[in-house]
Write a protein that binds this ligand. Structure first.
Ligand SMILES: *Cc1c(COP(=O)(O)O)cnc(C)c1O
Length: 392
């Protein structure tokens, strides 16, 4: 295996975790095998008892294709180890379950993915794990919200759909003072634009379904961090049976090799569109961290190296008029999800935030006229022409 320590991010995306496959193949092949054989009992025990890093059984994650993409992901996020999962939600749930038990407490800051909210708000309370939800502008209440049973602070940044930027270093610092773990969902920003571990977070989670996969053709998740914190998560993944399929791990490794150029292109295209949307007479507000007059811009400049491919904006008009804009688009597909090469649009009130009450939405600034786009990698002029005709 090539040593990629201290090498650039693109180099790590391409080479980390891969080795010649023994027949000269220049990256790790797909081992679809569910199980792996041994020539004698001693070699089996060496793997089972952890003396030798080897392959054993795919559900455990002891499969060369899975281990290879995990090494690549750890290198990309500058973490010690990475565990991959069948989905982003699987990665999150295993992380919560491994680090919180009955009677423990979690603090969730700002808007989070709908599934995450449901898990924290509806599922984990059944196990006696309760979550306090703070708005993104309530960070001053954080220290007071930390109780003796608080185990974890969880948040995304930028958030969905307001693109609110939360201060990773500040939150991690406050958490550390109380011996509480900071876990950041880095799905929106990606490892290219933001490195939460370097800013003090303990663990980072991605839905690899989004930018890391990048082609809307795989579902997966990953948690990255120090081996001490990830060891208990390994057990939960194994026994809940949440492993990423080797076929998906192979596809993900393929996608990661182009991560940097893809994300840079998403950044550039989103900046271009955001700057034009801001000037459009039918639009009252554009949320994009790359806009100099956006609320979180200065913080984003400090903690991010690019501003991402997600934009939300508010049109002057009601829910029906916003839906009509969506329906007139020809290139943007109406679809949840994000981070693929094709541009997508959603109206948060009909998809990601459908289940919230009007009151809850108002509190979170999610209005009827709001639209969210995931800017793809089509020719930027084609995207702008499509948006302009839809906004007429
Ligand atoms: C999609 C998403 C998730 C959930 O990931 P799945 O792969 O769909 O399970 C979690 N967090 C964020 C920010 C997401 O966008």
């Amino acid at each position: 295996m090539k040593n990629t320590t201290n090498l650039g991010l693109s180099t790590r995306c391409i080479h980390a975790g891969d080795s010649l496959d023994g027949r000269g193949g220049i990256f790790t092949p797909l081992y679809s095998h569910s199980t792996f054989g041994f020539t004698d009992t001693k070699s089996l025990l060496d793997v089972v008892e952890g003396r030798v890093e080897g392959s054993l059984y795919t559900r455990y994650g002891l499969n060369p294709t899975i281990q290879s993409v995990e090494r690549k992901l750890a290198a990309i996020e500058n973490g010690e180890v990475a565990w991959v999962f069948s989905s982003g939600m699987a990665a999150e749930s295993a992380t919560f379950l491994a680090h919180c038990k009955t009677g423990d407490h979690i603090i969730c800051i700002g808007d989070v993915y709908g599934g995450t909210y449901e898990l924290l708000d509806a599922n984990l309370p059944n196990l006696g794990i309760l979550t306090t939800f703070l708005l993104g502008n309530e960070i001053d209440k954080l220290s007071a919200s930390i109780k003796s049973n608080t185990r974890m602070i969880f948040f995304e940044t930028p958030t969905n759909p307001n693109m609110e930027v939360l201060d990773i270093a500040k939150i991690a610092n406050a958490a550390k003072k109380h011996g509480v773990l900071t876990v950041v969902d880095n799905t929106f920003a990606t490892s290219v634009n933001q490195q939460p571990l370097a800013l003090g977070a303990d663990m980072v989670i991605h839905s690899t379904t989004k930018y890391l996969g990048g082609h809307s053709d795989l579902t997966g998740g990953v948690v990255i961090g120090p081996s001490k914190l990830l060891a208990p998560i390994w057990d939960w993944r194994k026994n809940l049976g949440q492993i990423m399929a080797p076929e998906v791990a192979y596809l993900l490794a393929r996608s990661l090799r182009t991560l940097v150029i893809r994300v840079n292109a998403h950044n550039e295209a989103a900046q271009y569109l955001a700057e034009r949307l801001v000037k459009h007479p039918r639009i009252s507000k554009v949320n994009y961290p790359g806009l100099t007059n956006f609320n979180g811009h200065n913080l984003a400049e400090q903690q991010m190296s690019g501003f991402g491919g997600m934009i939300s904006f508010v049109i002057n008009g009601n829910a029906e008029e916003a839906a009509a804009v969506v329906d007139r688009l020809k290139l943007f597909s109406i679809a949840p999800s994000l981070g693929g090469v094709e541009s997508l649009i959603t109206q948060p009130i009909t998809t990601t935030h459908y289940n919230l009450t009007r009151e809850e939405r108002t509190k979170r600034g999610i209005v009827d006229g709001m639209l969210r786009i995931s800017v793809g990698l089509e020719d930027i002029d084609d995207l702008w022409i499509d948006l302009k005709q839809a906004l007429k």
